[in-house]
Write a protein that binds this ligand. Structure first.
Ligand code: NAP
Length: 317
């Protein structure tokens, strides 16, 4: 039996922010793992759910948070006291998620992580690492010597994509939207401001675009790809829609390729685990901004405005 109360962030209405509530610590159940949360990611996907603008939405009220990390308190299959990562199985979408001090989740939504991993890294690495690997190696199939343009290159997915593409032997150009982010593009790329994007500034046609931003940045970057080149489309922070002129599209002869970590997750899981090892040792870098449970509003604001550098995480005790 669990006892005591636990704080959680509860969403009452799509389009508002969840509010802090005190509720009883959930009772353990067969098939479920009870976790004392240590950290939970605030991701664009979470904001889409909070805004009611995603294809899978919870019945309200609900606790958002699609990914988290914590210590197992009770479970049929996961060792008590072990550090685990939570994600998948509808967490934060179809069922209560990770923005809480305690979470009771399906056993299958729990994955072990190395015990001395920083919980903020443990809850946030999988999406950028898995997506970067999927974009570079699975979807765009970047080859040594190719020229790769990465947008949102100081963002979480973008900065890891730069590093993974450079390791694949590519020459990488990292595009950012504001001057203050130029210094945050990983050293493996040549940094460039989106406003300066042109055939000249990127040094001629690129073989591959990996776009994490969407909207006008995607529109401006697409013409820079060589015929028969590839554009791997990852995100839409700057705009969900873009128009295709069919005549221009056919003339350009560039493949538009969706990257979907939900369908590719299993395929890239082992690679993401390997990248976690290198993030832990510092061979790869992923910046993380950290906030307390009371700091949700600021965390959301940083993410929504594009000011955030890298991952945004709530630390939960
Ligand atoms: N397809 C998938 O499976 C998959 C998986 C993971 C993530 N994603 C998506 O990929 C995108 C990037 O994710 P992330 O974790 O790397 O996010 P992030 O760290 O916040 O990076 C997104 C970048 O978008 C740019 N941006 C431009 N306009 C913006 C605006 N109005 N608001 C916020 N950002 C803006 C910002 O870069 P500049 O300031 O340099 O423009 C920002 O660094 C998101 O849309 C996310 O949902 C997709």
């Amino acid at each position: 039996m669990s006892s005591g109360t636990s704080r959680a962030l509860l969403l009452d209405r799509f389009g508002s922010l969840p509010r802090p509530v005190e509720r009883p610590v959930p009772e353990p159940q067969p098939g479920r793992t009870l976790v004392r949360m240590r950290a939970a990611q605030v991701a664009h996907l979470d904001l889409n759910v909070v805004d009611g603008k995603f294809g899978i939405l919870p019945d309200l009220p609900a606790v958002p948070g699609t990914t988290g990390c914590g210590i197992v308190l009770a479970s049929d299959i996961h060792p008590e006291g072990s550090l685990v990562r939570l994600g998948g199985k509808g967490l934060g979408m179809r069922r209560d998620g990770c923005w809480a001090e305690h979470a009771l989740v399906p056993d299958a939504a729990v994955q072990a992580v190395p015990q001395d991993t920083d919980p903020a890294l443990a809850c946030s690495y999988f999406s950028p690492a898995g997506t970067a690997w999927a974009a570079v190696h699975v979807v765009a199939d970047v080859q040594p010597g190719e020229r790769v343009l990465v947008t949102g290159a100081a963002g979480a997915v973008g900065s890891l994509t730069v590093q993974v593409a450079a390791r694949a032997g590519a020459e990488v150009i990292g595009v950012v939207g504001r001057p203050g982010k130029l210094d945050h593009v990983p050293a493996a790329a040549k940094p460039l401001l989106a406003a300066d994007l042109s055939a000249e500034s990127v040094g001629g046609p690129v073989d591959v675009l990996i776009d994490t931003v969407g909207g006008p940045v995607l529109r401006d970057a697409l013409p820079l790809i060589r015929p028969r080149g590839r554009a791997a489309l990852v995100g839409y922070t700057a705009g969900r829609e873009f128009a295709v002129d069919l005549a221009d599209f056919l003339l350009a002869d560039v493949s538009l390729l969706p990257v979907n970590l939900m369908t590719r997750g299993g395929e890239v899981a082992a690679d993401a685990e390997r990248l976690l090892g290198e993030l832990r040792t510092g061979e790869l870098t992923l910046p993380i901004e950290r906030y307390g449970l009371d700091g949700l509003e600021e965390a959301v604001d940083r993410l929504r405005t594009g000011e955030a550098i890298g991952k945004v995480v709530l630390e939960l005790g």
